[in-house]
Design a protein around this ligand. Structure first.
Ligand code: PAZ
Length: 317
């Protein structure tokens, strides 16, 4: 028999509360909260949109003094590219990202930035070689503009504990924006974790033979985000699968279960080339790029900006 929805909702809320109670406190919480409050104060008046983009994979530590961890697949490319296009469309962006993952405006710089990017001149001064100068100039000027005009706030995470605490902090703070807020949840978030209180304190011994470990399920925070943290916001989540036969069905399920406005379904084998937007009015829109030189995120963010404008104009539709 299916569970009464109000009982299921209460259980999700209790699981989320228990998760946050037991999580190690967010490092630098007060400083991050102050920079977030300052950022949102600048955007609380006026009609512009504010989007929270999440990007990169969360880790699940296996030890409190962490030597080993489980990771989630995500380079941060989608989140970083989308941030650039949201900024271009006039949004202010809160970029919750995995430390060390791809960053807005740095996507086209050489991998080994400093060593490949600069060279020493005749008097040992540092120079940018001609071949890189236009990419570097564009990156610096776009980045500086976004920071100096207070349009980009970057908040880093590594673990699932940090990620969910940041998301909660940002979502509850963005609630004041009502329908002008958007969530674009592209981060790859762990489904399973080791609760802090039952985690080994020190490096797990290998002398004892094979390791048996039980992982708990991470509470479904999308549901809480929609219901309690920022109920009026426009919510876009992502669903990644490796099996194309279950992808759309899983996306539909997430749409209904968590009350998302859009779920973007993508398959590991071709996620850079094609996604399907599954929407709450029953629509399915395929977005694909025509060449490898193009970012799929151009079209994706463009469609979402239009849908978000409709959400602002007709909040109850
Ligand atoms: O970060 P990236 O560009 O390498 O990958 C993006 C992605 C595949 C992680 C993203 O599109 C996505 O599907 N995120 C949600 C993953 C999930 O189902 O948890």
């Amino acid at each position: 028999m299916a569970m009464d929805p109000s009982v299921a909702a209460r259980q999700s809320e209790e699981a989320a509360e228990a998760f946050f109670r037991a999580a190690p406190p967010l490092r630098d919480r007060d400083r991050l909260a102050a920079s977030l409050a300052d950022f949102l104060a600048r955007h609380s008046a006026g009609g512009g949109g504010v989007v929270c983009v999440t990007s990169g994979g969360t880790t699940v530590p296996l030890e409190q003094r962490c030597v080993r961890y489980i990771d989630n697949f995500s380079s941060g490319q989608r989140g970083a590219a989308s941030t650039e296009y949201f900024l271009k469309a006039g949004y202010a962006v809160i970029f919750i990202h995995r430390r060390g993952s791809k960053q807005p405006y740095c996507r086209f710089l050489p991998e080994d930035s400093f060593l490949d990017l600069f060279e020493l001149g005749e008097d040992s001064e540092i120079q940018v070689p001609q071949s890189h100068s236009s990419v570097v100039k564009a990156a610096i000027s776009n980045y500086r503009k976004a920071i100096d005009e207070c349009l980009l706030l970057k908040l880093p995470f590594t673990t699932i504990f940090e990620y969910l605490q940041l998301l909660q902090m940002v979502a509850t703070s963005m609630n004041c924006l009502g329908h002008r807020g958007m969530f674009y949840l592209a981060a790859a978030v762990s489904d399973f974790y080791v609760p802090w209180e039952s985690m080994a304190k020190h490096k797990i011994e290998s002398a004892g033979g094979p390791l048996n470990m039980q992982l708990n399920q991470v509470p479904k925070m999308l549901f809480i985000l929609r219901k309690n943290w920022a109920p009026a916001a426009f919510c876009v989540s992502f669903k990644l699968e490796t099996d194309p036969n279950i992808l759309l069905q899983k996306a539909e399920m997430a749409l209904k279960k968590y009350g998302m406005n859009v779920v973007v379904a993508n398959e590991l084998a071709n996620y850079k080339d094609v996604v399907v937007m599954v929407t709450s009015n029953g629509g399915r829109t395929t977005v694909s790029r025509t060449s490898k030189a193009e970012d799929l995120e151009v079209q994706l963010t463009d469609l979402l900006v239009k849908m978000h404008s409709e959400h602002i104009a007709q909040p109850n539709s």
